[in-house]
Design a protein around this ligand. Structure first.
Ligand code: SAH
Ligand code: F3S
Length: 454
């Protein structure tokens, strides 16, 4: 049986796309290998959002080509493949095929052509493509990503995604529910719905509120997450659906990008600082205790020290539980390239350092207050280090807990015993798995306060 090795960079949607590619090739008899040395086909699923991500892939291709035996195929897929297209074949002679996010159905054909010595690229957008008939091969049975929307119709001036993933389109609600039902039947209890602006989901008949309710109603689904929503696409209907669907977790990743209204306008984000804060307030009202994380870019062209200060003060004002911080990276073909006053690398480095310090301080202050509280966690697997298990709360906090491997995939009740500032150590407080009322008890409080025994 031919063996396929896939290395995945970038966002969760790439992880989900890699699972689809394994599905496409699985139908052709391929089996997965985690070692490139064994592979007949090696694929690198790439990200194009920042230059740094692309440089890493180029470096990695240089390493992977060493594992290539005669007849083996090395392919670049994903957003960087889409962005660079056939030029990637010229640039890296060992690469045999280049396929963008809408072309994965053609993998077997391009692999066969590569074996015949023909190097080819397919970067055509296919606005109908949802890979509806492809059964993804998932690595986790506990928790699953489910793509509900592909592409992006927004035009944030810094962002290459509309150029690499094409026009926005939503899967049919019934198809999503069908996939989630099959997952639940196989024992998956947590799903994360994926889309670039996932809460703008609309399949022509149903909006995101309807989708949340329908997926949340699938028997066996205990936790429902979604990423990434666009701040101004939280309609009242979506907020009510979140509040009324018990499976919807108390966490939202809400990319803000900047705390300065002036910068947000030039980023062509569809909100200003005040509006973003209103959305935060509305979310907190609808889902008490909701944890919030975000994405922030520093050094967008024209960003002044005063603009940057507004980003720092927004982090404090919102009190984010977590934030992914990025230095602005120029992306060829995006509108921001033409904006004047690019910020120096030195200033970007200095600002991101200050931002990370504030993000960590704010998160730590919140997390320290949670030590001693009890939470329902889903045990995901072994922790990366040590003999502990990694578990996650509904609010997306990671806790390391001692317990037997049989706990993987089950829900447990734990008490937080300490924090590094971002993650927690925890102690099991009772061992009956999957007790439903615990889920409800957790809701809203971000964990009940723990009273020391008297
Ligand atoms: N659709 C997502 C964003 C996808 S890109 C959303 O809006 O929710 C993921 C993150 O990468 C963005 O939120 C942004 O913070 C960052 N990013 C995108 N383009 C970038 C660029 N040119 N430079 C630096 N960071 C960027
Ligand atoms: Fe990019 Fe903005 Fe879409 S960040 S993915 S253009 S919402």
């Amino acid at each position: 049986m031919p063996r396929i090795y896939i290395e995945t960079y970038g966002c969760q949607m790439n992880v989900s796309d890699s699972e689809l590619m394994l599905g496409v090739l699985g139908r052709e008899g391929y089996v997965r290998t985690d070692d490139p040395v064994d592979a007949d086909v090696m694929l690198v699923n790439t990200c194009a959002v920042r230059d740094h991500a692309e440089q890493r892939v180029l470096g990695r291709l240089g390493e992977l080509k060493r594992y290539k035996r005669p007849g083996d195929v090395l392919g670049v897929v994903g957003c960087m493949a889409q962005r660079l297209g056939p030029t990637l074949l010229e640039r890296v002679p060992q690469v045999d095929l280049v396929i963008g996010p809408d072309g994965y159905r053609g993998l077997p054909e391009l692999i066969a052509r590569a074996r015949d010595g023909e190097r080819a690229a397919d970067v055509a957008f296919k606005s109908w493509e949802h890979y509806e008939d492809v059964p993804p091969v998932r690595s986790s049975q506990v928790s699953a990503f489910v793509t509900v929307q592909r592409g992006c119709d927004y035009r944030c001036t810094f962002c290459v995604v509309p150029m690499t993933r094409g026009p926005e389109r939503s899967r049919k609600l019934a198809d999503v529910v069908g996939e989630v039902t099959r997952l639940a039947e196989q024992g998956t209890t947590e799903v994360t719905l994926l889309g670039q602006t996932v809460n703008s989901y609309h399949d022509g008949q149903h909006d995101f509120a309807a989708l949340l309710r329908a997926v949340g109603a699938v028997e066996g689904i205990q936790r429902l997450r979604f990423t990434s929503p666009y701040p101004t696409d939280f309609t009242d209907a979506v907020l009510v659906a979140m509040a009324e669907t018990p499976a919807v977790c108390e966490h939202a990743h809400l990319p803000v990008q900047s705390g300065s209204s002036r910068t947000l306008k030039r980023m062509l984000r569809r909100y200003d600082r005040e509006r973003y804060l209103q959305v935060v307030a509305a979310l907190r009202q609808a889902v008490p205790g909701i944890a919030l994380s975000t994405d922030i870019i520093v050094g967008f062209p024209g960003e002044t020290e005063a603009d940057f200060q507004e980003t720092l003060s927004l982090v404090e004002a919102v009190g984010f539980d977590d934030a992914y911080t990025f230095k602005y990276s120029v992306r060829e073909g995006t509108p921001a390239v033409r904006i004047k006053d690019h910020v120096s690398e030195e200033t970007k480095t200095e600002r991101i350092g200050r931002l990370i310090a504030v993000v960590r301080r704010v998160a730590k202050q919140k997390n320290i207050r949670l030590v001693g509280t009890t939470h329902e966690v889903l045990v995901e697997g072994p922790a990366k280090r040590g003999d502990l298990l990694q578990a996650r709360t509904r609010t997306n906090k990671i806790a390391l807990v001692e317990g037997p491997a049989e706990w993987i995939g089950t829900y447990r009740r734990v008490r937080f015993t300490g924090t590094t500032g971002s993650t927690f150590t925890a102690w099991p407080v009772e061992s009956t798995p999957n007790v439903l009322p615990l889920r409800v008890a957790d809701r809203g409080a971000g964990g009940e306060a723990w009273q020391p025994p008297t």
